[in-house]
Design a protein around this ligand. Structure first.
Ligand SMILES: [Zn+2]
Length: 263
């Protein structure tokens, strides 16, 4: 059983455009055409049983549409859609409650695309609401190729935010943060926070990842790809290079995800 905790797909009518634009901006290839159908087809091919699907409300005005799409995915028994709220949206807290009541289990936030620092206290009421509803919040962590001069989810900022939200179900994508790994080792590893393995192949040597993983409880690691920007076979191969025990692999492939999603 494998749960991919980090997948992106799009509404059919914007999928082609979104994939083309994102792929060009970040200069990375896409391994699906961005549609729900092709994403589910690739999941079957790659042996992925369930996927947590993330969309991002990049503007206040896109928030309703993004969440309509997330809600439309609740009918698929292999997809676990997360909603998204924009920190500047006046109805963000209300929107989180609405999504929760409709069956949404988590919220994705992306400090770069949404233009806020992860430790900006203006966003804290959002985090408090998500935590109080026992939902999961997944943040992009570290560098993002689309915003090369900005670092709104640096290891330091993530550490400061975590100080205020002990006990909340927080996931920092990309093993705590892209290109922040030296600091993740000292500031984040070992803390009560989840990290996914998405997008690591080609960016972080497995040998270096092992240093962080040694310091971090295996109950706080999640299998994730960041599909369509990486594939499940690549992350599985990467995991195989981490010298994990069978028990740890089981936790990372699905047990931890199932637990925090109350499945
Ligand atoms: Zn992602």
């Amino acid at each position: 059983m494998i749960i991919d905790f980090h997948v992106h797909c799009f509404n059919d009518h914007i999928a082609a455009r979104a994939i083309e634009k994102l792929s060009r901006t970040a200069d990375i290839p896409a391994y699906t055409d961005g549609t729900v159908a092709d994403t589910r087809e690739k999941m079957r091919l790659w042996g992925i049983d369930m996927a947590v699907v993330h969309s991002i409300a990049t503007t206040v005005s896109s928030q309703p549409k993004v969440n309509e799409f997330a809600l439309s995915l609740l009918c698929y028994n292999d997809l676990i859609p997360f909603g998204s709220v924009h920190p500047n949206a006046q109805d963000a807290v209300y929107e989180i409650r609405r999504l929760h009541d409709a069956g949404i289990k988590g919220i994705k936030l992306h400090p770069e695309y949404q233009g806020f620092d992860i430790d900006d206290e203006k966003a804290y009421p959002i985090y408090e609401t998500i935590a109080s509803l026992d939902m999961v919040m997944l943040f992009h962590g570290g560098f993002d190729a689309a915003y090369p001069t900005s670092l709104r989810a640096s290891a330091e900022k993530c550490a400061r935010m975590l100080d205020s939200f002990e006990g909340a179900k927080i996931v920092l994508a990309h093993l705590g943060g892209m290109r922040e790994w030296d600091k993740i080792e000292t500031l984040i590893a070992g803390r009560d926070v989840y990290m996914d393995l998405s997008m690591l192949p080609g960016y972080l040597e497995p040998e270096k990842a092992k240093n962080i993983i040694k310091l971090h409880p295996s109950s706080r690691l999640l299998f994730g790809t960041d599909c369509p920007w990486c594939t499940a076979p690549r992350i599985i191969e990467y995991m195989n290079a981490l010298d994990l025990t069978k028990e740890e692999q089981k936790q990372i492939y699905h047990e931890n995800a199932a637990r925090i999603l109350n499945m």
